[in-house]
Design a protein around this ligand. Structure first.
Ligand code: PDD
Length: 303
């Protein structure tokens, strides 16, 4: 890619590399970095709205959990990472941003042995978060089950948000080639796990149902927050083992992620859904928006 393309893509973005603020064009890490060489890294994606970071503590909790799951020592303290995030946001001077926090196992000799590494590389990317196309939310998006299966929990655990996303890259590639918006993945036992960068839900008989963590998936922060809302508001919900046929039978289908929020699904494989009839989805979406609005006033996460 030409530098000029980068310019137009990341206009207004700020990058923090190991504490140093720079432009996307000048941001550099070593080619001996293990994230670059092996995908030996972890990351988080969240966003800010009205100059406040959304669910920052929850994302840092998950970053620490991902580090533990792949045995990646964190040489930056949580307080240091938080300070660097807020510093980058302040410098960006943007109200609403996409925030990507990457910690790699560091750089050293080219060897698979992780014990050789005595440092991390911490990279924080902040850029404007433009609203996604309105038609995703109004008309819904299409998904298909692809042939690529989600990594087994005994392989790279999908609950570790690692930089090793090749499996998911192959999944979305297959979905796009088949004309769908994105992909859903099953595990080796045929149970539904999640999408390539989102969790998945169905509604059946007014019950919100999402795949159980035992099926092997990322414990999405949005997923967790929605389950908490269901619990608090006495809405019926389940974390279950789901198969693709449960989706053909569903009343409503939607996906969730930090940056996309809640998006209705209008098609799964050849089964079409009328998203205008998604009453439960709309109700939960309203409650989720209320939650997001209520946390914006938290001074700890403002910049
Ligand atoms: N993706 N599952 C996978 C595989 C993900 O990569 C993500 C997040 C989710 C949803 O998690 P959360 O609600 O915490 O965002 C589920 C982010 C947004 C990304 O990689 O861009």
């Amino acid at each position: 890619m030409q530098r000029t393309d980068l310019n137009s893509l990341f206009d207004k973005a700020i990058v923090n590399v190991n504490g140093n603020l720079t432009t996307p064009q000048n941001a550099q890490i070593s080619v001996f970095d293990r994230g670059f060489l092996y995908g030996d890294s972890i990351y988080e994606v969240t966003f800010s709205d009205s100059r406040s970071v959304v669910f920052l503590e929850e994302h840092l909790d998950r970053l620490e959990n991902s580090a533990a799951l792949i045995g990646l020592p964190l040489f930056y303290s949580r307080a240091e990472i938080k300070t660097e995030i807020l510093k980058t946001l302040k410098q960006s001077n943007l109200d609403r941003t996409y925030i990507r926090i990457i910690v790699t196992r560091g750089d050293g000799n080219i060897t698979l042995d992780p014990l050789e590494c005595k440092n991390n590389n911490l990279v924080i990317i902040v850029r404007p978060l433009e609203p996604y196309p309105q038609n995703w939310y109004q008309e819904g998006v299409s998904l298909c089950f692809v042939s690529i299966i989600r990594n087994d929990r005994k392989s790279v655990d999908p609950n570790a948000k690692s930089g090793n996303y090749l499996n998911n890259v192959l999944a979305i590639k297959e979905a796009k080639e088949r004309g769908y918006f994105d992909a859903l993945m099953i595990n080796k036992d045929g149970l539904v796990t999640e999408g390539t960068t989102f969790n998945i839900w169905i509604v059946k008989n007014n019950t919100f149902i999402t795949p159980h963590l035992n099926s092997g998936l990322l414990k999405g922060i949005t997923r967790t927050k929605l389950l908490e809302i269901c619990r608090e508001k006495n809405l019926k919900f389940e974390e279950s083992e789901l198969t693709p046929s449960d989706f053909l039978d569903a009343d409503e289908v939607f996906l969730t992620s930090s940056t996309k929020g809640m998006v209705p699904v209008n098609k799964v494989d050849s089964k079409e859904f009328d998203v205008n009839s998604f009453k439960n989805f709309q109700m939960l979406k309203g409650l989720y928006q209320e939650l997001i609005d209520s946390i914006k006033s938290n001074e700890d996460y403002r910049y």
